[in-house]
Design a binder for this molecule. Structure first.
Ligand SMILES: [Zn+2]
Length: 268
């Protein structure tokens, strides 16, 4: 065997994924554009800001978050309950913030939430990585960029390829790569949707969606779909000569253990 490399669904060699932070009201316009072009996206939410009001607000309402959660085109991920600087938090406080964020999002959405985006450039360190693992998070996106198209070596330090302001130029490079024997490639774009409003450049992201939405080489997926796909690939079981593989059994049984009822003293 000369080798066996991952290909995305339908044999595609490339994937694209988008990640947007903070749960601001402009997310709704971005999602409309994503719906128009069939683009998938991950939206990272804090949980201390939501305003359940009928007044115009800068942040999404609880009802908006529920609607996003029910749309399979989008993933909701954690972004820290209080949007803290984990670098400056003790271990227990960091773990508590992430767990609070996850529990609240799971309560609002009714979904299992396992993704995360660090709330600042300086937020990742050993404390936050330990806290994320303890809270059951499986990947964490950094707020930096590396200009490359490779899958992360460490899912807790998943660095985007570019910010959306550089995405057209980056996409031109990405689409020109034609080496079917290379490792799978991912172009990862991140940002905040309020930046489009602030910079008055919504046409930038629409141009990118127009370019990439019908590229037959590209699988457009949420962050979690990429994580799950790669992990499923890595769990394949191979024969010793590497010529055969099986997919591990999917039917797994488990049982919830119920706490026994408290024993009551019978001496009354
Ligand atoms: Zn943020």
């Amino acid at each position: 065997m000369r080798g066996f490399i991952l290909r995305f669904p339908n044999g595609k060699p490339k994937a694209m994924t988008f990640s947007y932070d903070d749960g601001v009201i402009e997310d709704l316009r971005l999602m409309e554009l994503m719906k128009k072009y069939g683009i998938k996206g991950t939206f990272n939410y804090n949980t201390c800001f939501y305003e359940d009001t009928d007044e115009p607000a800068a942040r999404l309402k609880i009802s908006d978050i529920k609607a996003v959660a029910n749309d399979t085109q989008f993933e909701i991920a954690c972004h820290g309950h209080m949007h803290p600087y984990y670098t400056f938090l003790p271990q227990a406080a960091a773990t508590n913030d992430i767990m609070t964020n996850r529990k609240k999002l799971e309560h609002i959405t009714g979904k299992i939430i396992r993704g995360f985006a660090y709330p600042s450039i300086s937020a990742f360190n050993d404390i936050s990585e330990t806290a994320l693992k303890a809270a059951g998070i499986v990947y964490a996106r950094m707020a930096t960029r590396n200009n490359n198209f490779y899958l992360p070596e460490n899912w807790f330090r998943w660095e985007p390829t570019c910010h959306h302001k550089d995405s057209i130029k980056t996409y031109e490079e990405f689409s020109k790569i034609t080496n079917p024997r290379s490792k799978p490639l991912v172009m990862y774009v991140w940002g905040h949707s309020f930046e489009f409003e602030r910079e008055n450049n919504w046409e930038l992201i629409e141009e990118l969606f127009e370019k990439c939405h019908d590229n037959p080489e590209i699988w457009c997926a949420t962050n979690m779909e990429i994580y799950n796909y790669v992990n499923a690939f890595e769990s394949l079981v191979f024969s010793a000569n590497g010529k055969k593989f099986i997919i591990p059994p999917q039917l797994i049984y488990g049982e919830f253990l119920i706490q026994p009822k408290k024993q009551v003293a019978a001496s009354l």
